[in-house]
Design a protein around this ligand. Structure first.
Ligand SMILES: [Zn+2]
Length: 470
């Protein structure tokens, strides 16, 4: 780790900190791994100077839920229904993964995230069928250079719904072997199935295990019809909910369940583009805000949508505006309930809170870790820069990400990833993809599996009691 100082000079600084605010012109000084100072003009300092004139300096994005292992299968589900995703992916190609494929997927997915300005990623890892798969997943995150939370989610043997199988005990080894300290770039959480996939007794057990191991919990609830089974209310009746739980999706939870999340101090992770594509229901953004829960945002899966936060922010804002605009009196200015600043906050500091990292990342504040993104605002797409936050949310894209820094270390500069990691990730991802489809072709049930966009698996026949794994 470089222990040197770097000064981002003369940029438009978006701190996402209420006290520091936005600086139309400002400097950010990094010393080693941490931010030393933020101000309108830090003067002459002994540091490497990065000229940020015409650029936006902001905190890195935080993605609070991504099934990173799926990256080699990018795009194959663009025209699939949820039922096809279930058979083609979860009951199909997921079983073709060797540990080296899990490694390649996590490396590729994490590098993809980094390149687009996501500096913290919660890896919702639910295809670790063996200890070796798990080791591959952790190594992929490590080798990418991203700040990550590895959320241990077990493998297929835990997903015979409704499962009476307790969470994989290998989680104890992983905690001891890789995550004995919580003060490292990659930390750990538990990705629990919860009552939509496991019995309530198993869920209560799994929550107790997470707390025994001192790990935060992330859990899918309220996605689609199956989410109407009152998963949050049922857990609450057992008295097991707390501020250490992040609820993923939440679309079809009842209002009183959202209130339970608020009352127990929980956090939320929304993936609006996937939720609408897969039929989970309208994003719960506004309903959560109404009970005082500021959601975080997540990419979920790259087998259909893109892996960057710009798209997700845009869909988040657009869907809530659409919902608001259907309300009576919507032509009134008061119909705008959600702002671009809210959405950027979801994608940064609120995400940091969901990951338990609000003291370390999510805003540009002295003393915090230096996870910094610089966007090129000189492009015609962002010129003139009249409303920096509005334009970041509505008009920016990964191609404008000029610099990415994680813990004071440059991982992307002058628009390019550093150190050959992007090429290595791409090469491994393609090789893994080829191997996955080669093995699939040899398996009777997946004989039709192919790339190109014209493979449409038979959908899982769903009913109100069917699982939804997205
Ligand atoms: Zn998910």
């Amino acid at each position: 780790m470089d222990a040197q100082r770097v000064l981002f000079r003369n940029g438009t600084v978006i701190t996402m900190d209420p006290a520091l605010g936005d600086l139309p012109t400002g400097d950010v000084l990094v010393n080693g791994q941490v931010i030393e100072a933020v101000g309108p003009d830090l003067g002459d300092v002994d540091a490497e100077v990065v000229d940020a004139t015409g650029k936006i300096v902001m905190p890195g994005f935080v993605d609070t839920h991504r099934h990173t292992w799926q990256a080699p299968l990018r795009g194959i589900a663009a025209d699939w229904t949820l039922g096809q995703y279930m058979t083609g992916l979860h009951l199909g190609l997921s079983g073709m993964f060797r540990p080296e494929d899990t490694y390649a997927g996590n490396l590729l997915g994490a590098v993809e995230a980094l390149e687009s300005g996501i500096t913290t990623l919660l890896d919702w890892s639910h295809n670790v069928n063996t200890a070796e798969h798990c080791d591959g997943a952790v190594a992929g995150l490590h080798d990418s250079g991203i700040r990550a939370v590895f959320a241990h989610g077990g493998g297929a043997h835990m997903y015979q719904v409704p499962s009476t199988v307790k969470h994989d005990e290998d989680v104890r080894r992983v905690r001891d072997e890789y995550f004995s300290s919580d003060d490292q770039l990659v930390t750990m959480a538990m990705a629990l199935r919860g009552p939509q996939f496991a019995t309530l007794d198993v869920t209560v057990h799994d929550l107790a295990l997470a707390r025994e191991l001192g790990l935060l919990v992330t859990m899918h609830v309220g996605d689609g019809e199956w989410g109407r089974s009152r998963p949050v209310a049922r857990m609450h009746e057992r008295g097991v909910l707390g501020s250490d739980v992040t609820y993923v999706h939440c679309n079809t939870l009842a209002d009183d369940e959202l209130q339970i999340i608020a009352d127990t101090g929980g956090t939320a992770s929304l993936s609006p583009d996937i939720e609408m594509q897969m039929g989970h229901g309208w994003p719960a953004t506004g309903r959560l805000m109404a009970v005082g829960v500021r959601p975080s945002l997540s990419i979920d899966t790259c087998v259909s949508n893109g892996g960057h936060m710009f798209g997700t922010m845009r869909v988040t804002l657009a869907t809530q505006r659409a919902i608001d605009n259907q309300q009576p009196g919507a032509s009134d200015r008061s119909a705008v309930t959600l702002t671009a600043r809210d959405v950027l906050s979801f994608a940064t500091i609120d995400g940091a809170r969901a990951c338990g990292l609000e003291d370390k990342v999510g805003s540009l504040v002295p003393g915090k870790q230096a996870d910094v993104v610089v966007l090129d605002a000189c492009t015609p797409a962002l010129s003139p820069l009249n409303n920096p936050i509005g334009q970041v949310v509505y008009a920016a894209h990964p191609g404008l990400v000029d610099i990415v820094m994680v813990a004071g270390r440059f991982v992307k500069r002058r628009g390019a990833m550093i150190g050959g990691v992007a090429q290595r990730a791409r090469d491994l991802g393609i090789a893994s993809r080829d191997a996955l489809f080669e093995r699939a072709a040899a398996a009777d049930a997946l004989a039709a599996a192919r790339i190109g966009g014209d493979w449409h698996p038979e959908p899982l026949v769903t009913s109100s009691s069917s699982p939804e794994l997205a």
